[in-house]
Design a protein around this ligand. Structure first.
Ligand SMILES: C[N+](C)(C)CCCC[C@H](N)C(=O)O
Ligand SMILES: O=C(O)CCC(=O)C(=O)O
Length: 542
C-alpha cells in the first residue's frame, strides 16, 4: 500500500477533532515506538512537528518555513473509521498504533514490528534495571556485603604528620588544607558549648595555604594565609586518613562484637536486673544502663527483670534510654486486643516475625514490651528472630537472593486508621547497608504492610523468589526463639535487626511499652561506652 504524497507544507498540527475521541497528532518517540519504526515506510520526514510548533487550526501562512508534517488527513480518516471500536470498552488505546500502521503497512510487517518493539521495550527495561542495579551495587561494597560481626580494632595511628611544600600528609595521604582549615577545633571556629561550626566554610579561600607551622607535643600548629592559627593532634589527622571500616564502627556505634543467635539463645538470654538500673547510686545505675544498651547492641535485645508491673515504672525505665517516640499510635503504649488502633497488633491473631514501622521513612530503633496481665485465656507467646543471623545465612546460601533483597526497593504503608495512609518518602530494601563499608545496618521485613515492589511489574518474580528464601530461613524452627513474657520482665529489642511476632491468644492480654528512635538510643549507647569527649573528637573524622 503506497503512502500518500507528503502535503506541500505542514498542515496545522492541532488536536484531531473527532466526535468522541481526539488523538494528539504528535507522535513522540517514547510514546509511539512502533510508529517510529514505521517511519521509513511512511516516507514521513523525520523531524517531527513538536508541541512548540503546534499550530492553531488555521493553515500555516506560506511565509512559514516548510515544516514537514504528518499525513493528517489519513489519521483523521483512520480515527473516524475507528469510531465504533473506540467506543467499545474492549478497545485498548495501545492498539491504536498497531491498527493505524495496519492501514499503511502489510499486516505481517506490523506484526513483526509489534514483536520487536515489545522485546525492545523489555530489553530497555532490563537495561534500565541492570543500570540501576549496577549503580546501586557499585555503591555497596560487594565483599563483604556483610553483618559487621566485630568492630575492627580502633584505628591508632602512630604516624607523625608530615608537612612539605605547604601540604599536610600522613603516611602518604594528603589532608587538603581546605578540610583542615574548615575543621579547626578552636573556640572561634567551633562553638565551645554547642559544638557547632561557627566559621562559614565558604569564607575560607579555596586555595587557603599554610604560611608557617611548628610541631607541638602531640601534633602540629599551623598558621594560615587568612591569619588564623589552628592546632591538630596526630591522632585527629590520623583518624581522617583511616580506612572506612576503622572509622564507621564509631560513627554508627557498632558493638565491639555482635553475637548472632538462634533458638538456643533461650537457654541464656541477655538479662539486666532492674534493681541495678533503679539503684540510688548513680554510678551503678549508669553502669546498669550501659550494660543494658551493650546487651541490645550486641544481641539485638535484652530483658530487664524485676520491673514493677505498671505502666508508669515501665515508661520511666524506657526514658532512662531516651525520650519515647510518638507515632499515630500515640506515645507510650498500653494496648490490648480491642482494635483501638486499626492494626493487627490490636487483635488476638498470630503475628509472624516482622519488624515494625516499615511504613515510616525512619522506623523506630527500639521497641519495648512489658506484658502487664493476661487473664481468662492462653497463648500470646512472643517470638524473636535475629534478622542479622538470617541475613548471614541467606548470603551464604544464595548470594543473588541476598543482593536482590539488598538492592530492590520495597514500599510499605499503614492505612488502617481513618484519614491516615502513611508511606515512607521512598522505597527501601529489605536489607539496607552502609554505603561506605557494605555493613548491614537495617532490616525492614513486614509482609502485612508491604506495598509496591519497585521493579517493572513483569520482573517482580525475582524479588518474590529471593524473599521466599528469606522467609523460609526466618521460619526455620532453629531460628525461632519463643518466650512467654510475664509481668516484671520487660523486653527491649533492636527493631532494625530483630524481628518479633506472637502466637494467637485468647482472653484479655495487656501489654505496655514504647518506641525509641534509632539515633537517640545509639547516641546514648555511644556516649555511655566511649565517653562524650571521645565521641565528639571523632565527629569530623569518622
Ligand atoms: C504501637 N503498638 C506497638 C502497640 C502497635 C504497633 C503496630 C505496629 C505495626 N503492626 C507495624 O508492624 O509497624
Ligand atoms: O502483641 C504482641 O506480643 C506483639 C504485637 C506486635 O507485633 C507489635 O506491636 O508490633
Amino acid at each position: 500500500m503506497s503512502s500518500p504524497a507528503l502535503p506541500r507544507r505542514a498542515l496545522p498540527i492541532g488536536r484531531l477533532r473527532t466526535p468522541s475521541y481526539s488523538v494528539q497528532a504528535r507522535p513522540v518517540a517514547n510514546q509511539w515506538p512502533l510508529f517510529h519504526q514505521a517511519l521509513p515506510s511512511l516516507r514521513v520526514n523525520r523531524s517531527f512537528t513538536t508541541s512548540r510548533q503546534l499550530k492553531s487550526d488555521s493553515a500555516a501562512p506560506d511565509t512559514e518555513p516548510q515544516e514537514p508534517g504528518i499525513d493528517l488527513p489519513r489519521m483523521e480518516k483512520f480515527v473516524e473509521q475507528l469510531q465504533p471500536e473506540l467506543r467499545s470498552d474492549q478497545f485498548r488505546p495501545r492498539d491504536l498504533e498497531t491498527k493505524y500502521l495496519e492501514t499503511i503497512l502489510p499486516k505481517d510487517k506490523v506484526a513483526k514490528m509489534v514483536e520487536t518493539t515489545a522485546s525492545t521495550a523489555q530489553l530497555r527495561r532490563e537495561l534500565d534495571n541492570i543500570h540501576r542495579v549496577y549503580h546501586l551495587s557499585k555503591h555497596i561494597a560487594r565483599d563483604p556485603l556483610s553483618v559487621p560481626l566485630s568492630l575492627p580494632r580502633p584505628w591508632v595511628s602512630n604516624f607523625k604528620v608530615q608537612i612539605e611544600d605547604g601540604r599536610v600528609s600522613m603516611n602518604g595521604i594528603e589532608i587538603p588544607n581546605i578540610w583542615l582549615r574548615d575543621n579547626c577545633q578552636c573556640s572561634s571556629c567551633m562553638h565551645a558549648d554547642t559544638k557547632q561550626r561557627l566559621l562559614d566554610t565558604f569564607d575560607i579561600s579555596a586555595d587557603v595555604s599554610i604560611t608557617s607551622h611548628e610541631n607541638t607535643p602531640d601534633g602540629i600548629r599551623l598558621t594560615w594565609s587568612d591569619g588564623h592559627t589552628s592546632e591538630y593532634t596526630n591522632r585527629f589527622i590520623g583518624r581522617s586518613t583511616a580506612p572506612a571500616k576503622k572509622r564507621v564502627g564509631n560513627r554508627i556505634g557498632l558493638a565491639d562484637s555482635l553475637t548472632l543467635w538462634d533458638s538456643s539463645i533461650a537457654s541464656f538470654p541477655p538479662i539486666i536486673g532492674y534493681s541495678h538500673l533503679a539503684s540510688k547510686k548513680s554510678e551503678s545505675a549508669t553502669a546498669a544502663l550501659k550494660g543494658l544498651l551493650s546487651n541490645i547492641r550486641r544481641f539485638g535485645f535484652s530483658y530487664i527483670d524485676g520491673v514493677p508491673a505498671d505502666p508508669r515504672t515501665t515508661k520511666s525505665l524506657l526514658e532512662r534510654i531516651a525520650f519515647i517516640r510518638t507515632t499515630h499510635y500515640g506515645g507510650f503504649y498500653d494496648f490490648t486486643a480491642d482494635l483501638a488502633s486499626k492494626d493487627t497488633a490490636y487483635t488476638n491473631i498470630a503475628l509472624g516475625a516482622h519488624t515494625d514501622n516499615t511504613y515510616f521513612s525512619d522506623p523506630a530503633g527500639l521497641q519495648a514490651f512489658h506484658l502487664l496481665s493476661h487473664t481468662d485465656g492462653s497463648g500470646g507467646a512472643s517470638l524473636l528472630v535475629d534478622g542479622f543471623k538470617i541475613a548471614q545465612d541467606l548470603k551464604a546460601q544464595d548470594r543473588d537472593a541476598y543482593e536482590i533483597l539488598s538492592l530492590v526497593m520495597v514500599h510499605a504503608h499503614a492505612s488502617g486508621n481513618q484519614g491516615i495512609s502513611i508511606q515512607p518518602y521512598r522505597g527501601f530494601p529489605v536489607l539496607q547497608h552502609d554505603l561506605e563499608t557494605g555493613y548491614l545496618l537495617q532490616l525492614r521485613w513486614n509482609t502485612s504492610d508491604r506495598a509496591r515492589i519497585e521493579l517493572p511489574i513483569d520482573q517482580v518474580g525475582k524479588w518474590y523468589d529471593a524473599a521466599r528464601k528469606w522467609d523460609a530461613l526466618v521460619k526455620k524452627k532453629e531460628n525461632e526463639y519463643w518466650e512467654q513474657l510475664r509481668p516484671g520482665r520487660v523486653l527491649i529489642f533492636d527493631n532494625w535487626r530483630v524481628m518479633h511476632g506472637r502466637s494467637a491468644f485468647t482472653g484479655k492480654r495487656r501489654i505496655c511499652g514504647g518506641y525509641i528512635n534509632r539515633d537517640d538510643w545509639i547516641s546514648k549507647f555511644k556516649i555511655l561506652r566511649d565517653g562524650q569527649e571521645s565521641v565528639l573528637e571523632h565527629l569530623a573524622t569518622d
